[in-house]
Design a protein around this ligand. Structure first.
Ligand code: APR
Ligand code: PHB
Length: 390
């Protein structure tokens, strides 16, 4: 089999890149290790920057998003018993974010790929990129017990942080940057109305908390917990008691308790792989970088990578220029590092770090007090949260 662009991974990066390429008349094949059901079964965040919504519009994939997504003009930070609202719309000249589950976005893109008739191979095992340091790369994989070969012009490694593409690049040519955090997030989903019409991020001496949502009837909550905690340590009642202890009283009184139908614990980390391009192989999204979820940047960074790579590939095929391809890594990393910084700042400012002691806590309180009294500081948070320019 032959195609122009081989895409490894059918997550948001791979699906969006595939849709844009297909719409531009550039042939592509997606090779995905798991099943469609598995991809759609993942519970992931869904705060979309305006740039993400715009690119989904351009891809013709935003119809349901505009019907069902929740536009948010602000969010609040709770600390020292009070709430400070970050007025995204007012501080950024009218920009906002949209709450729309990543799973829904994947669903929409998969449906489009089906109607496009573009080729996706699910449950493809032993996917491996080859000869990407030449102009004739190819990918091998197994399907139904038969080893197959996909010849291509380019390989897009959209296979996430544990993918084969990030593991296949020459390790001597790679610089890894990594920061781990000494805690995890315990998250639940519950079919109950959210606490507020906007998100509430909480800095509390007992730890971080976040009140989010998926719709007007489905809420998503998180509490910071020790890394070695297990889901079994957190029966619903303990979770509800804890989230209400960490919220200011006014908000705690609006928590609608109910049975969780999803509960999981995830570690947090920051990581970046440089560069993001190796000959005819490009790393995209989580395959190149990971952010702690505190800044809601993971999905949005995957989308800006896709924007840059898509534009570069169109330029190559339509104009025969390699300028965009040569510039991809530096351009993507410039935006990645700014989002890494913001996500790191949100994580350091809102979580409890026992090792930094009473001094560290006071610094956090001073940071948040300053933020609540300075329009300049709140504007800096707002413009990062809605998304810096591409
Ligand atoms: N071969 C084929 N597919 C693979 C392989 C492999 N060796 N390894 C991983 N994959 C697939 C995974 O099964 C997954 O479907 O690649 C896909 C990677 O998707 P994501 O991990 O979602 O990464 P990405 O598309 O970059 O999206 C980033 O989605 O998962 C969230 O937190 C993440 O918000 C971020 C965004
Ligand atoms: C979520 O709704 O899952 C969510 C929202 C905002 C974040 C992280 C997660 O910063």
């Amino acid at each position: 089999m032959r195609t122009q662009v081989a895409i490894v991974g059918s997550g948001p990066s791979g699906l969006l890149l595939g849709r844009l390429l297909t719409a531009a008349g550039i042939d592509n094949v997606i090779l995905e290790r798991t099943s469609k059901e598995h991809v759609l079964g993942r519970v992931r965040a869904g705060v979309l920057e305006q740039g993400t919504v715009s690119l989904l519009d351009e891809a013709g994939a935003a119809g349901r998003l505009h019907r069902e997504g929740l536009p948010h003009d602000g969010f609040s930070i709770a600390f020292s018993g009070r709430l400070h609202r970050i007025d995204l719309h007012g501080l950024t000249g009218g920009r906002r974010v949209t709450v729309y589950g990543q799973t829904e976005m994947a669903h929409d893109l998969m449906d489009l790929r089906n109607s496009d008739g573009a080729t996706s191979v699910y449950e493809a095992s032993d996917v491996e990129p080859h000869d990407f340091d030449t102009n004739a790369p190819f990918v091998t994989y197994s399907k139904d017990g038969i080893t197959r070969r996909l010849d291509c012009d380019f390989i897009a490694g959209c296979d996430g942080s544990h993918g084969i593409c990030p593991r296949s690049v020459p390790q001597k040519a790679v610089q890894h940057y990594e920061r781990g955090y000494p805690f995890g997030w315990l998250g639940i989903l519950v079919e109950r109305p959210p606490v507020d019409h906007e998100l509430i991020y909480v800095n509390h001496e007992r730890g971080f908390a976040l009140c989010s949502m998926r719709s007007h009837t489905r809420s998503r909550y998180y509490v910071q917990c020790p890394l070695d905690d297990r889901v079994e340590d957190w029966p619903d009642q303990r979770f509800w008691d804890e989230i209400r202890r960490r919220l200011p009283e006014a908000a705690a009184g609006h928590v609608t308790v109910g049975p969780s139908f999803e509960k999981s614990i995830a570690p947090l980390r920051s990581s970046v792989t440089e560069p993001m391009r190796f000959g005819r192989l490009f790393l995209v999204g989580d395959a190149a970088h990971i952010v702690p979820p505190t800044g809601a940047k993971g999905l949005n960074l995957a989308v800006s990578d896709v924007r840059y790579l898509f534009d570069a590939l169109v330029e190559f095929y339509r104009e025969g220029s390699e300028a965009g391809i040569d510039a991809y890594s530096a351009k993507a990393l410039a935006r990645v590092w700014k989002a890494e910084r913001f996500s790191w700042w949100m994580t350091n400012t809102l979580h409890r770090f026992p090792e930094t002691g009473p001094f560290g806590r006071r610094i956090q309180e001073a940071e948040l007090d300053y933020l609540s009294r300075s329009e300049a500081a709140s504007t800096a948070v707002a413009e990062n949260y809605v998304g810096l320019p591409y």
